[in-house]
Structures are given as structure tokens and as C-alpha cells.
Design a protein around this ligand. Structure first.
Ligand code: CP3
Length: 356
């Protein structure tokens, strides 16, 4: 027996908090599932579009702590969600490592030529603005009475971030990235190692600044075969989890391997994450049977239902809530909010999930 009277082999008891989102991630069943949405801040909100027009561009907003805080708060004020996610982007890491980044309106991200051996930490202090935004948002949530709302930090998973760095932006078939992975595995490995270390540092700093949970977005996990999924999605994610846990053993880490299908099980078992995000292509009854016994699940309404609204949205949400009701669960979409989504639909869905 340990001096505190507990058997040393027993994990510390999980203590219920005043935040349903954190409780669900810790495996504590709540009266109702907590709810938040990926990309809950953004262009579908008129108050976001107004700020964007005033500030000029996405990066100008993301790297201005007051503005990033304000945008993070916008959906919380409207919908009183159980979690806020800091307004930033997964591509801030390559930028902080010295690769040129710009967002061309209507075209998405554009990155400069990738030179792996030139990546370095001399611009990493630019991310301090993100940490300041997190601290400001944590204070703001409290000041505005959102005491049950948790603040999420995030990063992209190395594979997903690497695809943007290699392709120079978004891609249809990821052929440049896959060719590099197959023809130059050493170079790919070096890039991954850099991203593992930088992403873990970034997450640890976000937690130091006040993030209460973190999510690792692997948006393009679904384009790899099982062997490459193990090597380039599971392994680097597992390495990040290990580094973050060493610094912050109790902060929940959500992994979101979008499109991973049946590979999600191996991911859930081997990465060490606290909870898994699932996209809408994964059957919820499979997730309930296969993933939920392993860890809490988050997801997975198709954002198209949120866009459409009305009875079809409510019925689809009801089915998901029913399928996942017997385990630890966080309601979310299967991917980000679409920019044409009427805010009224978001309000109706949140009210439904909250049982109002
Ligand atoms: O979820 C949130 O509300 C937090 C903020 C957030 C953004 N991007 C803001 C953003 C988060 C968590 C992300 C993650 C992100 N960024 C991912 C992973 C999740 C996913 O969607 O798969 C990826 C792949 C990116 C890369 C990225 N950023 C792309 C491809 C684009 C352009 C496409 C688009 O939707 O415009 C962005 C820009 C971006 N990131 C916007 C926002 C609100 C749009 C900026 C604007 O034009 O105003």
C-alpha cells in the first residue's frame, strides 16, 4: 500500500469537475452528452465576417490575441457550448518553423517551397500570440460566466500538416506526399520527427497558457493504407501523446483520425490518446461496439445535416445520440461546420442535444 492508503497500481480516481466536456473525456457519464463543433467559429457567423472584413485576413486575426479571443467567444455567446476551441490554424506550426504561409481568399492556404533542412525554431516565438489568446480566452470565459465551458487547444497531426508542407497547399490526391513517403522515407521521417517535436512543444505551451484539453487533427489520415497509417499517423501521434503526457499527465488528448475507418481501432489502442473523434463515414453502432469500450468517442453528425437543418438534422442527431448513449461520449460533427450553415440551425441542434 502507498502512504496515502491506495494500492500503488490503482490509477488515481477521476474526480468530477464542473465541466461536462472534461468529465466525458475522463469517462464520467453525464446527464446529457456535452456538445461543441469543429470549426464552430468562422465564416457562417455574420459577426466573424464583419471582423474579418475589418482586420483584412485570417492570419492577421489569428495572430492578434484580442481578435482571436473575440472570435473564439462568438459561438460561445450565441450557443453556450460545452467547449470553446481557440481560434487558430494547424498551419501555424509550419509557419513557425520558417515555411512561408499565406491564405488567399477563396483559394485556401498557400505554402512556400519546402526545404526540410532549413526548418528551424527561430520564428517559433510567433506562436506566443496563440498562447496569449488562450490565456485571454480563459479569462474571458470566466468573466462572462461560462464556467462550465472548457477551452480546447489543438494542433494538426504530423501526417496532415506534412501534406500541406509538401503539396504547398490543399491537395486532391496527395501524390507528392505519398511519393515522398515511398521514395524518400528517410526525408519523410526527418520531417515527421521535426513535426512531432514542434507539435508537442506547441501543445504543451498551449496547456501552460490555459488549454484544458487538446485535439490533434489528422484530417487526411484516411488517404493512407493500413501499413502507412501505422507508420505515419499512429506512430507520430503516439510520440506526441508521450511528450505531452510527460509534461501534463492529466490533460485529456483527443485524436481525430478523419477517414480512418476500421484503422481507428488500432489508433485508439496504440496512440495513448484519451478520446477519439470519429467522422460521419464511420457507423456509430460500430463505434459504440468497438471504440467506446476502449475510450470515449466524439462525433459524428455529417455537417450537411447541420447545413440543411430541420427534422432531418434532428432525426440524424437522435440516431447518433441513441447509438452512443451507453458509453462516454461528446456530441460533435463528423467534420467542420460548413460556411453556408444558418446559425439558427446550430442553435436548434445545440438545444436538442441539451434537451431543451
Ligand atoms: O474549429 C475551430 O473553430 C477553431 C479554428 C480552426 C481553424 N482551422 C480556423 C480556420 C481549426 C481547428 C482549424 C483546423 C484546420 N485547418 C484543419 C483541420 C480540420 C479540418 O478542417 O480538416 C485543416 C486541414 C486546416 C487547414 C486550413 N485552414 C484550410 C485547408 C483552410 C482553407 C479552407 C477554408 O475553410 O477556408 C484554412 C483556413 C481557415 N482555418 C479558416 C478558418 C475559420 C477560414 C479562414 C477565412 O477565410 O476566414
Amino acid at each position: 500500500m502507498a502512504p496515502n492508503g491506495r494500492d500503488e497500481m490503482q490509477p488515481a480516481p477521476v474526480i468530477k469537475t464542473d465541466k461536462p466536456f472534461l468529465d466525458a473525456l475522463n469517462g464520467i457519464a453525464a446527464d446529457r452528452p456535452p456538445v461543441w463543433f469543429m470549426r464552430q467559429a468562422g465564416r457562417y457567423l455574420p459577426e466573424y465576417r464583419e471582423l474579418r472584413a475589418a482586420k483584412g485576413g485570417f492570419l492577421e486575426m489569428a495572430f492578434d490575441p484580442d481578435t482571436a479571443c473575440e472570435i473564439t467567444m462568438q459561438p460561445i455567446r450565441r450557443f453556450d457550448l460545452d467547449a470553446a476551441i481557440i481560434f487558430s490554424d494547424i498551419l501555424t506550426v509550419p509557419m513557425a518553423l520558417g515555411q512561408h504561409l499565406e491564405f488567399v481568399q477563396g483559394e485556401g492556404p498557400k505554402l512556400g517551397e519546402l526545404n526540410i533542412s532549413a526548418l528551424n525554431y527561430s520564428n517559433f516565438t510567433r506562436l506566443n500570440e496563440v498562447y496569449h489568446a488562450i490565456t485571454a480566452t480563459k479569462d474571458k470565459l470566466k468573466a462572462e460566466g461560462h464556467n462550465a465551458t472548457a477551452l480546447i487547444g489543438f494542433c494538426g497531426a504530423p501526417w496532415t500538416v506534412a501534406t500541406y508542407m509538401i503539396e504547398g497547399g490543399s491537395s486532391r490526391d496527395f501524390m507528392k506526399s505519398k511519393r515522398m513517403m515511398i521514395e524518400q522515407p528517410q526525408a519523410m521521417s526527418s520531417l515527421m520527427n521535426i513535426l512531432v517535436e514542434a507539435s508537442a512543444t506547441y501543445l504543451i505551451n498551449q496547456i501552460n497558457a490555459g488549454a484544458e484539453a487538446v485535439q490533434i487533427f489528422d484530417s487526411w489520415a484516411g488517404v493512407l493504407d493500413s501499413e502507412n497509417f501505422k507508420r505515419w499517423c499512429i506512430k507520430p501521434t503516439q510520440q506526441i501523446v508521450e511528450l505531452v503526457r510527460a509534461a501534463h499527465p492529466h490533460v485529456p488528448i483527443i485524436g481525430f483520425p478523419k477517414g480512418a475507418g476500421q484503422n481507428s481501432l488500432k489508433y485508439a489502442q496504440s496512440t495513448g490518446i484519451t478520446a477519439i473523434g470519429i467522422d460521419h463515414t464511420l457507423p456509430t453502432e460500430w463505434a459504440a461496439r468497438t471504440l467506446q469500450p476502449v475510450l470515449p468517442v466524439q462525433g459524428n453528425l455529417d455537417p450537411a445535416y447541420l447545413l440543411a437543418g430541420g427534422d432531418p438534422m434532428i432525426m440524424a442527431a437522435e440516431q447518433i445520440l441513441g447509438d452512443l448513449k451507453n458509453g462516454a461520449y461528446v456530441f460533435n460533427l463528423g467534420h467542420g461546420v460548413n460556411k453556408e450553415t444558418p446559425p439558427e440551425n446550430v442553435e436548434a441542434l445545440v438545444n436538442f442535444v441539451k434537451g431543451r
